[in-house]
Design a protein around this ligand. Structure first.
Ligand code: GCU
Length: 430
């Protein structure tokens, strides 16, 4: 009896540790594979069957195959956005043309989303924008969601503080599931605002939890999912969207609302994200073709890493803590990655011929840097069809040796993070 109790407590402890670690870093499950010699032998699904000539293959890609591949990702991984119309209204809350000591023009808006299906419900997303001061016509921008509210990206005291629920992170000033004053600027190292502005780009950000709270507890009763529910529906259908698809959809709502107001040029918006938000940026870029460039920073499993390598995080690891990021059907592929009709090189191929940048970090084995590189390399096949050849290195490039062509890749020395070094390379590539 005592031994049983001990075993149960150890299991529970392991579970809690893993669940916590899945919030960001930490202990990893014992079955994680980090030895290349133990990985399964795999064959990647073909992105496209080639025709007689490259022109015929490209034609096939554009006319049918691209849509088929996209539909496979919707059905088996991220889920479909249900049909139905949503109305969106962008209200300007604040506008200061002398922000950041005159370096920037700062805008703050609220994007309100509502649907005729759910007349009592409105989702409000606070959007923050910085543009180079006096830049005149709309400049190209980077758009990315943030983890703990707009006020974390810079110490600028005028940034409105998010009032939304967020995961606790006392070290960053998030206490009792709410942001406190302490959180101002807490993520500034991830958002080198001045550098972005000085390079002539604007920056748009919003808190991802205002689109859909990142938690199992809410069981899809909050955020944008319910806007689409039929009467009596309480959660998405098996092949309908999880949280990643909701965050990506939210990014597209922000992009299109800003484009409509002529604040951004519709196709000059680069979508960027780190970690789970890197997965989100990739799906947004694949699904919504108006994004002109896509940056995946340490996106790992469900992002740029090849599922079939089974290195680092795998589907059966990601499902217990955050399975709701995906459609429910994705669970079928736990321990069965090779049954997936796609792999992540095909997700990256969906970005072609637009600019794509994939980045990894040396101490981020959980995200499988090599799997991310190999996916990018395999996606190059579709870029070639567009006449954009990438002379990619045979092997994973050494740390801090970026390689760029139509697809950019670098392996930064250091941990799972997004740093000014990474941003500098994204700005060079843009
Ligand atoms: C966990 C999770 C990853 C995810 C990361 C994050 O580590 O396992 O898949 O990318 O959290 O988003 O921070």
């Amino acid at each position: 009896m005592e031994i049983r109790k001990l075993v149960i407590s150890l299991l529970v402890l392991g579970w809690v540790q893993f669940t916590l670690s899945s919030g960001l870093a930490g202990e990893e499950p014992a079955d994680t594979l980090y030895d290349e010699s133990l990985l399964p032998v795999y064959t990647l699904p073909q992105i496209i069957q080639t025709e007689d000539t490259p022109a015929a293959t490209l034609n096939k890609w554009q006319s049918t195959r691209r849509a088929e591949v996209l539909a496979l990702f919707e059905e088996h991984i991220y889920g479909q956005v249900p049909g139905g119309s949503v109305s969106s209204r962008l209200s300007l809350v604040e506008d200061d043309s002398m922000a950041l000591d005159g370096l920037a023009r700062r805008y703050q808006w609220v994007l309100s989303l509502s649907s005729p299906k759910q007349p009592d419900r409105t989702v409000e997303i606070n959007v923050l924008g910085y543009f180079p001061a006096g830049a005149g016509d709309a400049v190209p921008v980077f758009m990315g969601l943030n983890f703990f509210g707009n006020q974390t990206i810079h110490s600028d005291p005028e940034i409105l503080m998010s009032k939304a629920w967020m995961r606790d992170r006392p070290g960053m000033g998030i206490v009792g599931n709410r942001a406190t004053e302490e959180s101002r600027g807490a993520a500034h190292s991830r958002w080198p605002v001045e550098m972005i502005l000085k390079r002539g780009y604007g920056l748009i950000t919003a808190y991802y939890g205002e689109i859909d709270p990142d938690s199992y507890d809410f069981n899809f009763s909050d955020g944008v999912h319910p806007l689409f529910y039929r009467e009596g529906q309480e959660r998405p259908e098996e092949d309908e969207w999880g949280a990643i698809a909701a965050w990506a959809w939210g990014l597209e709502q922000i992009r299109s609302a800003l484009a409509e107001e002529q604040i951004v040029v519709p196709t000059r918006v680069a979508v960027i994200g780190h970690s789970r938000l890197g997965k989100t940026a990739l799906w947004a870029g694949a699904r919504y073709e108006n994004f002109g460039m896509v940056v995946s920073n340490d996106s790992g499993c469900g992002g740029a890493a090849l599922y079939r390598r089974c290195y680092g995080e795998r589907i059966h690891h990601i499902l217990p803590p955050v399975g709701y990021w995906f459609c429910r059907k994705h669970a079928q592929y736990a321990h069965a990655e090779s049954n997936l009709p796609v792999d992540q090189h095909m997700l990256l191929a969906l970005v072609a011929p637009r600019g794509l940048y994939v980045a990894s970090a040396t101490e981020d084995r959980w995200c499988d840097p090599k799997g991310e590189f190999l996916a990018a390399k395999a996606a190059a096949e579709i870029y070639s069809l567009y006449g954009k050849d990438w002379e990619a290195p045979v092997d994973l490039p050494p740390p801090d040796h970026p390689v760029a062509g139509p697809i950019g890749y670098h392996l930064r020395s250091g941990k799972h993070d997004i740093t000014p070094y990474d941003w500098g390379l994204y700005l060079d590539f843009a």
